[in-house]
Design a binder for this molecule. Structure first.
Ligand code: ADP
Ligand code: MG
Length: 251
């Protein structure tokens, strides 16, 4: 079953100060299956964030279409969670209140909403920080809180734009591991934009390489080694070098 499909999408921006257009995404095709984890890597400015915003519905393509589970994506929707680099939590709300936010429109009672939020926070391991405020949490914990909120929203699709780039390597490894369990357990479909080729190779079913501009997909890498065996896998090392070479060839 197809989670997300982009058919020949293009997005151009007009740069008023230069009086010209740039093509951030050009005639791009993309398919994500339900439960699949796909990473997008590529140099800065090649159109990765634009692509993610098009998937989320924050931007509309100039031509082509995006479909989520068969429906045209015309605006943002709670079935798609977009998690930005800074986690997107509201600083003036506690973690619990942040997670409860998407439940406010539901018909659940206040206690039921709190119960549901707690369950979502337990799943990502941040339940003990329910009363804390975002400023009191580390970058990794904030990302977990953002994931709890996505879970409360019952989003099927998670779109993450370099969510862990501010984290140190050890925290990143810990959260990567937690994420892997979390997404496969909840059968969520994920598109992750990352600067870390290694992270992409460890977590993904497919690694998509983008080149710009105009932003387009230049390669797709599919690791064969099962995810739980990738840490010390020779195949991952080979693919890592292969991706670095391909990116270098376009610099
Ligand atoms: P990436 O995430 O790969 O770094 P972006 O999608 O952010 O790339 O940007 C792709 C190109 O589009 C860049 O040249 C960027 O400057 C330009 N761009 C992105 N958003 C806008 C915007 N809102 N207005 C004008 N240009 C933009
Ligand atoms: Mg970006």
């Amino acid at each position: 079953m197809v989670e997300l499909e982009a058919k020949s999408i293009s997005k151009a921006y007009f740069l008023a100060h230069e009086n010209r257009c740039i093509v951030a995404v050009q005639k791009l095709d993309f398919t994500l299956h339900v439960g699949e984890f796909v990473s997008i890597v590529g140099p800065s400015g090649c159109g990765k964030s634009t692509l993610l915003r098009l998937f989320a519905g924050f931007e509309t393509p100039n031509s082509g279409s995006v479909f989520h589970r068969g429906d045209a994506v015309l605006s943002p929707h709670h079935s798609r969670s977009f998690i930005p680099q800074d986690s997107g939590l509201f600083a003036w709300l506690s973690i619990e209140e942040n997670v409860m936010l998407p439940l406010h429109c539901s018909t659940l009672s206040y206690d039921q909403k709190r119960e549901k939020a707690l369950l979502c926070m337990e799943k990502t391991g941040i339940a003990s920080f329910a009363k804390a405020y975002p400023r009191e949490l580390s970058g990794g914990m904030k990302q977990r809180a953002a994931l709890s909120r996505a879970l409360a929203m019952e989003s099927q699709l998670i779109l993450m734009d370099e969510p862990f780039s501010a984290l140190d390597e050890v925290s990143r490894e810990v959260i990567d591991e937690a994420m892997q369990h979390f997404f496969s357990e909840n059968r969520m479909s994920v598109v992750l934009v990352t600067h870390s080729i290694r992270e992409a190779l460890l977590l993904s079913d497919r690694v998509v390489i983008m080149q710009g501009l105009p932003g387009r997909i230049s390669d797709v890498i599919i690791p064969r080694t099962p995810k739980e065996k990738r840490h010390k896998s020779a195949e991952i090392e080979t693919l890592y070098k292969q991706i670095v070479e391909r990116l270098k060839s376009h610099v």
